[in-house]
Structure formats: structure tokens, C-alpha cells
Design a protein around this ligand. Structure first.
Ligand code: GDP
Ligand code: CA
Length: 324
């Protein structure tokens, strides 16, 4: 079976590691191919290096090298290089970059500088982390540089700042007026992205941030149309439990685009292509969708088994809708 998923960072990566576990432990599904379309709107250039936080979280999580407690960055990390940069007064210092993590950014930047596309570079990085051996293909949503910026207004006036500055430095505490995906007007989907959606047997939306992860991927020209036109069932998992995100600031992101922080309202963002929606058991009675089947399940990925069970439930719903 060919499964295609759209993903941001931590929520997407944990879910997709669970999905791979579920596939591997289900004999009929073990040879399934999983294609992941990763958000690159979080990408940022720091100290002359190209950093792709969501792609890296996917690589490290699926490659068994993630810092489990944090959900991002490398396990057994040290920060000597960052300390040295701080000693020189180099900016910014609000974005944590470990020594091992720096290795990824250095090699990515070197390969990009040699003229490789982000897709090619990501393919090389994925090789090192053993993704092809797990039948996982990781594609950036686009090879064109796209960066999510946030228009904010505070005592310093109105200005646009990089999404990472808003999210990491300010913890999404400055009221945001809107998000702008800078570069999207010139972007095209990366090679393989639209075909991965069109040729999928099942499409899954993990519980990634609906605005700044999934929402940005949906803005890549052709992606939304491919989902609308897809014969495959599209099943999503709510990132909200009881009206609040499980982690992060999806509530602030939804408020910015004027959407209520509820599983129904998030499903509404996908209304034109969504066939199935998994919500928390306790939320199910409140969720009624006109166009998609709703199921209640325990939604917390408290450990790898819980993530595998959740992914299994999403896949079961997709197969049920497919009539398989
Ligand atoms: P990011 O790029 O690192 O922010 O990660 P994603 O966009 O992939 O995922 C972030 C979303 O994952 C947040 O909105 C969280 O609410 C959601 N999330 C995190 N952990 C869980 C979980 O255990 N269950 C569910 N349902 N959602 C989760
Ligand atoms: Ca992200």
C-alpha cells in the first residue's frame, strides 16, 4: 500500500514513527511505502547555515536519534559551538543549536551551495538516517525557499518577523495579525510531491499544527487541488484535545487566522478534501461534520505504543472508508 502523509515537526514525526511501527507489526501492511511531505516554512538561515527544523525533527525521530524528552534536536547533545558563538556576541542566541545538530546544517548548506536541490539534500540526509531501509521517503514540500513570517504589532509598532522568532523567542506571546508564506508565490511543489498525493492509496494528516505546518503545505501550488482530486481517502488526526493543543501554540495560530480552537473548526480548514477525522474520545459527542466520518480515540501519544495505536486507528478508518 502507498501511504502519503503531510507533516510538520514534533507532532508529525511522533505520529509517523508510530505509523511505521504499526505497519511493521501488521503482516499484511509491512511492505507499505510511506511518503512524507514535510513543511519547510519553518526554515531559517542562521550563521550562514540553512536550518530546516521540521525536516530535521522528522529525520532524527525516524532515524532513532531524537531527544525524546524535547521532541526535537539530537539525543546526547552538547552545546560547545553555541557557547563559542555567544562568547563572540554572535546573534541570534535564542535559537538552540547543538553541536551534533550543527553537523546537519553544515552538510546541508555545503550541498545546497554545490547546487543540489533541497530534495536531493534531504534524500542524502535521509540515507544516513536509514529512512529508505524503512520504506520511508521524505520530500520537502518545495525546493524553493519559502519562509513563514508573522506580522505582529506591539509597542515597537507593526513589523514582520520570522516565524521562529515569534515561536521560539517570543513563545507566540506577541499578538499576531497574520502569517505570510514569503516566497510561496514563486514556489512549485518539489519533485514527487503531487504524484505522491495523486498515486496514494491512503492520505494521512498527522496531528501537526493546522496553520503553520499543514496550512503552509496546503499553500504550495497544486497540493490542495491534488488532495481534492484524490481518489484515496484522506484521514486526519486532531492536534487538539478538549479545545487546547497538546503542546505548542496552535491556539494562538488559530486565533490569528480567525478560526475557533476546536476539533470541528480545525476539520473545517480541510473540509474540501477530508474524508475522516479522529478526535479525542471526550470530544467526539461535540464533533459533527457534514462531509467527513468522525471517530473518537485516545489521542495522546504518551509513548511509542500509544502513537502506533493512534496511527493504526487513523489507517483503519482510512481503509474502512476505502471499503477495503
Ligand atoms: P512542530 O512543527 O514541532 O510544531 O510539530 P507539528 O506541527 O508536527 O505538530 C504540532 C502539533 O502536534 C501541536 O499542535 C500539538 O497539539 C500536536 N501534538 C503534539 N503531541 C500530540 C499528541 O500526543 N496527540 C495529539 N493528538 N496531538 C499532539
Ligand atoms: Ca514546525
Amino acid at each position: 500500500m502507498r501511504i502519503t502523509a503531510l507533516a510538520g515537526g514534533v507532532g508529525g514525526a511522533r505520529f509517523l514513527r508510530g505509523l511505521r511501527t504499526h505497519l511493521d507489526r501488521t503482516p499484511d501492511l509491512a511492505d507499505s511505502e510511506l511518503t512524507i511531505i514535510g513543511n519547510t516554512g519553518d526554515d531559517i538561515s542562521l550563521f550562514g547555515l540553512r536550518v530546516c527544523p521540521d525536516l530535521d525533527t522528522l529525520l532524527y525521530t525516524l532515524g532513532g536519534a531524537i531527544h525524546e524528552g524535547q521532541g526535537w534536536g539530537r539525543a546526547d547533545e552538547s552545546h560547545r559551538l553555541q557557547g563559542e558563538l555567544a562568547a563572540y556576541g554572535a546573534e541570534p542566541q535564542w535559537f538552540a543549536l547543538g553541536d551534533l545538530d550543527f553537523g546537519t546544517h553544515v552538510v546541508r548548506s555545503q550541498w545546497l551551495g554545490q547546487g543540489l536541490s533541497l530534495s536531493d539534500v534531504t534524500g542524502r540526509l535521509a540515507q544516513r538516517w536509514g529512512l529508505p531501509d524503512q520504506r520511508i521517503r521524505l520530500l520537502p514540500m518545495t525546493d524553493s525557499p519559502v519562509e513563514t513570517h508573522v506580522v505582529v504589532e506591539d509597542e515597537e509598532g507593526q513589523r514582520a518577523i520570522h516565524f521562529q522568532e515569534w515561536w521560539v523567542r517570543h513563545q507566540a506571546s506577541i499578538p499576531a495579525q497574520r502569517f505570510v508564506a514569503v516566497g510561496m508565490d514563486r514556489a512549485t511543489a518539489a519533485p514527487g510531491v503531487l504524484d505522491a498525493i495523486r498515486q496514494a492509496d491512503v492520505v494521512i494528516l498527522p496531528p501537526s499544527n493546522p496553520v503553520v505546518s499543514i496550512g503552509i503545505i496546503l499553500g504550495v501550488p497544486g497540493v490542495r487541488d491534488a488532495l481534492r482530486g484524490s481518489a484515496a481517502p484522506v484521514v486526519g488526526v486532531s492536534p487538539l484535545v478538549g479545545g487546547m493543543p497538546v503542546r505548542g501554540h496552535a491556539d494562538a495560530c488559530l486565533a490569528t487566522i480567525g478560526v475557533e480552537c476546536t476539533p470541528s473548526a480545525v476539520a473545517g480548514l480541510y473540509e474540501d478534501f477530508l474524508d475522516g477525522w479522529l478526535v479525542a474520545t471526550e470530544d467526539e459527542p461535540q464533533v459533527r461534520l457534514r462531509k467527513a466520518a468522525v471517530r473518537g480515540r485516545p489521542l495522546l501519544m504518551t509513548d511509542r505504543d500509544a502513537a502506533a495505536d493512534l496511527a493504526g486507528a487513523a489507517l483503519d478508518l482510512a481503509l474502512e472508508l476505502k471499503g477495503a
